[in-house]
Design a protein around this ligand. Structure first.
Ligand code: ATP
Length: 240
């Protein structure tokens, strides 16, 4: 059984000041097996982020189904779950990393990563230890650990974002350009974590500007233009 199956998915947006409703994407179909890593490629504005946000239920689909094999609830259509169920899945099963950090104000970097584990029921001792390991892995300067991230640089915010999502070892991880503003060394660190999570069974859907960087890790590529899912090695010449 697939971990995630998207069938005839579509999303429209209403532009209120124009009084118009416009389709962002239509007729999207693809599925992933447990432990697979699928990259989505396509032109700017083709709807890549809309797909990820709809899987995470930031957006509600207007058409189709997004079936997810949950550990807790069995097979569910993510669009039909209650808010409570979605919050449960976001806490325990589904992670999402975007280029933008949106966190509780006046909470230090260390607390944010620790809290991600505490809310999953991890003990304080383990949560603190794992949080520090994760921050060190992503080479966030220990001088920053007890600071509030609102003053962090773009790359530091992004690395914190990735640390918060990956430390939970989610069952399904959605990555929306997580390496967008990172230097080569930080990108390698992201790749290493993705590899580790994948080896432990995490299923991944990611949008990468430079998907070649995920060579050997990414199993399949979904091309927004052709609407086809191809084995990553065969998807030559793709660009975003
Ligand atoms: N909240 C929203 N309200 C109105 N229109 C939206 C909204 N979110 C996305 N859109 C529109 O839907 C289309 C797809 O946007 P989306 O962000 O999914 O594209 P993308 O492929 O991820 O682009 P990029 O590579 O530039 O990030 C765009 O035309 C965008 O303007």
């Amino acid at each position: 059984m697939s971990m995630l199956e998207i069938t005839d998915f579509g999303k429209r947006f209403t532009i209120h000041h124009l009084g118009k409703t416009m389709p962002a994407i239509e007729h999207i179909n693809f599925s992933l097996e447990a432990g697979e890593f699928i990259g989505i490629v396509g032109k700017s504005g083709s709807g890549k982020s809309t797909i990820l946000k709809s899987i995470y239920r930031t957006y509600l689909p207007d058409a189709g189904e997004i079936l997810y094999q949950s550990d807790r609830f069995g097979e569910v259509d993510l669009a039909k779950l209650s808010e409570r169920q979605i919050l449960y899945l976001r806490k325990y099963e589904i992670g999402y990393v975007s280029q933008f950090l949106s966190v509780m104000p006046r909470t230090t970097c260390r607390q944010l990563v620790t809290n991600a584990l505490l809310e999953m029921g991890e003990s304080e001792e383990v949560a603190l230890m794992e949080a520090e390991k994760s921050l060190a892995h992503f080479e966030l300067d220990p001088k920053l650990w007890d600071s509030y991230p609102n003053t962090f640089s773009g790359g530091e915010k992004l690395r914190l974002n990735i640390a918060m999502a990956t430390v939970k070892k989610p069952r399904l991880l959605l990555l929306d350009e997580p390496t967008a503003s990172l230097d080569q060394q930080s990108k390698v660190k992201v790749r290493e974590i993705i590899e580790k999570l994948k080896n432990k069974g995490t299923t991944l859907v990611g949008i990468f500007h430079d998907i070649e960087f995920m060579d050997g890790l990414c199993d399949k590529v979904f091309d927004m233009q052709t609407r086809q899912l191809t084995v990553a090695k065969e998807a030559v010449g793709y660009e975003s």
